[in-house]
Design a protein around this ligand. Structure first.
Ligand SMILES: Nc1ccn([C@@H]2O[C@H](COP(=O)(O)OP(=O)(O)OP(=O)(O)O)[C@@H](O)[C@H]2O)c(=O)n1
Ligand SMILES: O=C(CO)[C@H](O)[C@H](O)COP(=O)(O)O
Length: 261
């Protein structure tokens, strides 16, 4: 197997297009080749980054997207990984009111480009929905326009590469929805009410759903508009919303091991 290039945090991921591209993309479709050659995409693509979480499970006071990695906030690496992809025209980041100023100062300090901010919600789904609304609800001072395809990516997954972004976007254009997956590391088991094992799932038949994901904008926006409050409060899977509310079966795309959050 060909060794994967090393990714240092300051240079997350490989870039197919732009000045660092090293020849035509062989791992992606004709669309990929066009993107590599032209540095642009034949249809409009934007990204929504939910960044409104508090990192409860990590157990530190600073939300993990703002935790310093080599003295730089983690989210800055994720923004860099997305903004170096020239065919993503707008990047909407959903941040809580409390962290809005901190986010603005990160954007200024690290010179991030093509970023717009939206108000985060109390759950991840609500934050994503607010980010999608920002792309269609025209505010007086906003230049955002509705894209044909939208990428959704967690702010806390910094090592996302152009190759996987292109593969999910290409698949979403064709199938309506697509998402990165990984093999399960641990077997998933189902406990019964008494805290004993009910059954275990066959590991080879299941996958971990990771990010990025991509959707035809109209599909995911319709799904968010139709979904219940229960989905918005407790749901964890955007692909499921597209399936449940728009009957769109997502194409699953094998992701790289460094898509962790
Ligand atoms: N109300 C929320 C909750 C989460 N997120 C974002 O969704 C992504 C994935 O969430 P997760 O890894 O679960 O982060 P947290 O919600 O911060 O973690 P925890 O569940 O442990 O509190 C993160 O970028 C997080 O900031 C968000 O935008 N709005
Ligand atoms: O699991 C996921 C696949 O859709 C998402 O990556 C997301 O990170 C889930 O976040 P949370 O654990 O906060 O629900």
């Amino acid at each position: 197997m060909e060794p994967r290039p090393r990714c240092s945090p300051a240079e997350p991921g490989r870039c197919l297009s732009g000045p660092r591209a090293s020849g035509p993309a062989t791992s992606v479709s004709r669309l990929g080749a066009a993107v590599a050659e032209l540095g642009s995409c034949p249809f409009a693509v934007a990204a929504v980054l939910p960044a409104g979480g508090c990192g409860e499970r990590m157990g530190v006071p600073t939300p993990k997207q703002f935790c310093p990695v080599l003295e730089r906030p983690l989210i800055s690496y994720t923004l860099q990984a997305l903004e170096r992809v020239p065919w993503i025209k707008d990047i909407v980041v959903a941040v809580t009111g409390e962290n809005m100023e901190a986010m603005e100062s990160i954007i200024r300090k690290y010179g991030h480009k093509r970023i717009s901010l939206a108000e985060a919600g109390v759950t991840r789904h609500r934050s994503i929905f607010n980010g999608l609304k920002a792309l269609v609800e025209h505010q007086p001072d906003s230049e955002l326009t509705k894209p044909e395809v939208v990428v959704i990516h967690d702010a806390v997954r910094p090592f996302v590469e152009e190759d996987v972004l292109l593969r999910v976007v290409t698949a979403a254009k064709e199938h309506g929805a697509a998402g990165a997956i990984r093999p399960l590391v641990s077997t998933v088991i189902s406990p019964s009410a008494d805290g004993c094992l009910d059954h275990s799932l066959e590991r080879d038949k299941h996958r971990a759903s990771e990010m990025p994901q991509a959707f035809l904008f109209d599909v995911i926006y319709e799904a968010y508009q139709q979904c219940s409050d229960y989905d918005l409060e407790f749901g964890t899977e955007c692909l499921q919303l597209a399936l449940k509310y728009c009957h769109t079966k997502a194409k699953l795309v094998e992701g790289s091991p460094d898509l962790w959050k």
